[in-house]
Design a protein around this ligand. Sequence first.
Ligand SMILES: [Zn+2]
Length: 92
Amino acid sequence: MKKCPYCAEEIKPEAVKCKHCQSELIINNKKRINENTDSVVSRILVTGSLMFIAYLVFQNLVSLSQPSFPEMEQEVRESEARLEKLRQAFDE
Ligand SMILES: [Zn+2]
């Protein structure tokens, strides 16, 4: 038996969720997945969905950055010009 890090109640070593406080025991969960014979399948599923999410995020970033990038660049240039004007006014 080991102790739950959240409520300090005794729980089974292979528990993924504390039965006393319902806390997710993430460290145990990972360990269990590694030890589990189904771990390969679940790891592939997890990795696959993570990669899919990453791919979607990447696609979004690419499609978002293409139209918004020139705008941002222009904004930066405008604020730089404004700063330069302020600097000149300050010098005079
Ligand atoms: Zn607990």
